[in-house]
Design a binder for this molecule. Structure first.
Ligand code: SAM
Length: 234
């Protein structure tokens, strides 16, 4: 067997600090903003010259948090409620041979500041620290296939989840002047219903937590309603 060694060209700095609650595909939550910071070898404007002409990019990356944990031939896609199995190559599962992921995300800007080259991205589905292996411009004429069919994932996942905020959470958010989209960001993450499939079948109220940026967010789910009960700073 041929073996290859890949090295990252850069890393993602993302508000998503743990896997739980990250949307399952890019662009489902447009307020999810991240930076791609280039490693030293690629930290030069030449590497991205002309890139700002593209509105979207493919980010090819390593599922670094799970890549060493192996894979199975069959996986249970969350879209099927977690009880039907499909071949790993018929899914976008994270546990896969070679641990490689790909996301088409929006390019918001290119910055070279304090000696660091960065791409500003939005609509990401990537964990903080994700190593990036390659970047390619998204080409609508070739990549946007309007007649494509997508089996069990044919449509954008929609939920009926609603979101409300406790008074403490509202006040906390209004104090975060550097994060003007924080409330919409939290709401849109929760509207995706990040709970694992087996928990969605339960009727009882359950409490969950996630970290976005350095904010710890706690919410309670009751049927199709999320209520954010508390937000604190790390
Ligand atoms: N769009 C990509 C693809 O199709 O290859 C990712 C799809 S995968 C289903 C999306 C999930 O990957 C996210 O919900 C998150 O839980 C997980 N994830 C994101 N970044 C990761 C990383 N660096 N390591 C492991 N899991 C990650």
């Amino acid at each position: 067997m041929d073996n290859y060694t890949l090295s990252p060209i850069g890393h993602i700095h993302s508000p998503y600090k743990q896997k739980f609650a990250i949307p399952r595909q890019p662009r489902l939550v447009s307020e999810a903003k991240a930076e791609l910071r280039f490693c030293d070898e690629f930290n030069r404007e030449e590497f991205v010259r002309g890139i700002e002409a593209f509105s979207h990019l493919w980010i090819i990356f390593r599922f670094h948090e799970t890549a060493e944990k192996g894979y199975s031939a069959l996986v249970r896609p969350p879209r099927l409620g977690g009880n039907e199995r499909k071949g790993v190559f018929a899914t976008r599962a994270t546990f896969r041979p070679n641990g490689i992921g790909m996301s088409a995300v929006k390019l918001e800007g290119v910055e070279y500041k304090n000696g660091q080259l960065r791409l500003l991205l939005s609509g990401i589905d990537l964990l903080d620290g994700t190593p990036v292996l390659d970047i390619k411009p998204y080409l609508p004429y070739s990549d946007a296939l309007t007649d494509a069919s997508a089996g069990f994932a044919d449509t954008r996942p929609e939920t009926e989840m609603t979101v409300t905020f406790d008074e403490q959470a509202e006040l906390f958010i209004s104090d975060q002047k550097d994060y003007p989209e924080l409330k919409t960001f939290i709401s849109n993450v929760l509207k995706q219903d990040p709970r694992p499939a087996y928990k969605k079948k339960r009727d009882d109220q359950q409490s969950y937590g996630m970290t976005l940026y350095d904010f710890n967010i706690r919410w309670v789910v009751d049927n199709t309603h999320n209520h954010v009960v508390e937000i604190t700073k790390n």
